[in-house]
Ligand binder design. Structure first.
Ligand code: ATP
Ligand code: MG
Length: 227
């Protein structure tokens, strides 16, 4: 039986005092690939932010990769984020340093100290995303799709069980989106759980996975009609 990496029961999602989603119930098992869809402002990013503790969980019960989101203390948050891989629409690479520098910075920030282990890890994740030859490039010397690959490599550094991706293909053209999706699919096939927010219906059709929709203040599974 695959273990549960995310469990939400009766969770409300807030932006300040404003309730964005009510009574969210969700169980995600290790190895699943899940889409979150819904129109702009529906609460997709707020949902994701609650999962990586950028927004506090104040109503209901939630556990994510062994952490109880209600019991979380400030000092636990870096450790929680270390056991997640987080990917954003705008890549969020540091513009003033190379690919190596970006990954080095992320490892240092999560407690890595030994130079040889750091270098080995950086080469390993760059291999996984097919970007090893770009190690000395600056972000501005990379295409959007290449920058997103580096951001995905960064998300893999601490070998997370769960990857949270908020519109990872949102800034990419259709062909590049498919390439990034192929990469995520491969990462998922290697056992990582992925929760991905997307607006891209072409991707949903090409890569059908369990889909949850944010609408009307709640989150529910979409069941596709096969007629
Ligand atoms: N920092 C914030 N402070 C207050 N309200 C916010 C904040 N961020 C978002 N909201 C509000 O919360 C609601 C949900 O926003 P959210 O960003 O979760 O939507 P979304 O589904 O991710 O939309 P999009 O598809 O545009 O990214 C919206 O009404 C939005 O205006
Ligand atoms: Mg959003």
């Amino acid at each position: 039986m695959a273990r549960t990496v995310l469990s939400l029961q009766g969770v409300d999602i807030f932006q300040n005092k404003h309730k964005v989603l009510s009574n969210v119930n969700l169980q995600v098992k290790q190895g699943e690939f899940i889409y979150i869809i819904g129109k702009t402002g529906a609460g997709k990013s707020s949902f994701m932010k609650t999962l990586y503790a950028d927004l506090p969980l104040t109503e209901g019960h939630g556990t994510i990769v062994e952490y109880d989101l209600r019991q979380l203390r400030e000092k636990d948050i870096p450790y929680l984020r270390r056991s997640l891989g987080i990917v954003f629409q705008d890549f969020k690479l540091l513009p003033d340093r190379t690919v190596y520098g970006n990954l080095h910075f992320a490892l240092k920030a999560t407690g890595w100290t030994e130079k040889e282990a750091i270098d080995r890890k950086i080469e390993e994740v760059l291999d996984k995303v097919g970007m090893r030859t770009h190690i000395q490039k600056m972000p501005h010397q990379l295409s959007g799709g290449e920058q997103q690959r580096i951001a995905i490599a960064r998300a893999l550094l601490n070998d997370p069980d769960l990857i949270l991706a908020d519109e990872p293909t949102g800034n990419l053209d259709p062909q590049t989106s498919v390439e990034v999706m192929e990469l995520l699919k491969e990462i998922n096939a290697n056992g990582k759980t992925i929760i991905m927010v997307t607006h891209d219906y072409a991707l949903l059709l090409k890569y059908p996975y369990k889909t949850l929709k944010c609408d009307d203040g709640t989150l529910f599974e979409v069941v596709y009609k096969t007629t």
